[in-house]
Design a protein around this ligand. Sequence first.
Ligand SMILES: NC(=O)c1ccc[n+]([C@@H]2O[C@H](COP(=O)([O-])OP(=O)(O)OC[C@H]3O[C@@H](n4cnc5c(N)ncnc54)[C@H](O)[C@@H]3O)[C@@H](O)[C@H]2O)c1
Length: 255
Amino acid sequence: MTDLTGKVVLVTGGARGLGEAFSRGIVASGGKVVIGDILDDEGAAVAESLGDSAAFVHLDVTETANWESAIAETEAKFGRLDGLVNNAGVTASGMPVADEPLETFERIVQINLIAVHKGMHFAIPAMRRAGGGSIVNISSAAGLIGLALTSGYGAAKWGVRGLSKVAAVELGRDKIRVNSVHPGMVLTPMTAPTGIVAAEGAFPNNPFQRVGKPEELAGAVLYLLSDEASYTTGAEIAVDGGWTAGPSVEYVMGQ
Ligand SMILES: NC(=O)c1ccc[n+]([C@@H]2O[C@H](COP(=O)([O-])OP(=O)(O)OC[C@H]3O[C@@H](n4cnc5c(N)ncnc54)[C@H](O)[C@@H]3O)[C@@H](O)[C@H]2O)c1
């Protein structure tokens, strides 16, 4: 079991889906979590269910002032900031490059990439004050391969992967590690209503032929937040049921 005793982690988009699973995992591992989200009621309810080891802050990741107050509130409440999970995001438009409206592309990049930079910008000084830290940026399988109908989303997720590597090489001397995690298709409120995921969870594009559960993503994130990952930075971890490992057997064998 990963040990996060003494660690204080800010999770964006922690009110539901993957962020909720990460937040619950952090507390179960002995850490403290601050959940930042625009879903105030849902986020506060998750924090309340986790007791004294959790708190909720209203955080729209695109708003600079929200970031400043979220970091300040985290340090005021728990005394330090050791970890940041940049998880908040919105889904792809489902439109081809030529059809995705310019403002849709820009909005997706604003939330899924520019806000990740914003979070790092404000978290890094706090981590320096704490003597080091770990930043886990949630990218996607769409940040490892070119996935059709995801232009703004795919561009942002590739950007998150690149930004993570740049920061990793810059911040090693500050003992701040930066890594990206790349989920495959996971059943969350983001994917459930879209029809991308069949009700029974079948997903033919990976070797397991099924979608993942949010809990199956948490292990990688908790590991990267912990001291067990003390020599891991600039890495990209795909937790995608093998989706991006290569074409399916059926495709290769023509069966
Ligand atoms: N579910 C998947 O299959 C999948 C696959 C690959 C990557 N991801 C990534 O994982 C992350 C979490 O996805 P999820 O499936 O849990 O989605 P979700 O929609 O269930 O949850 C996303 C959370 O982010 C919050 N959020 C959205 N915009 C925000 C903003 N401006 N400020 C603060 N919070 C905001 C939402 O309120 C919500 O709580 C996203 O970055 C997503 O791109 C998900």
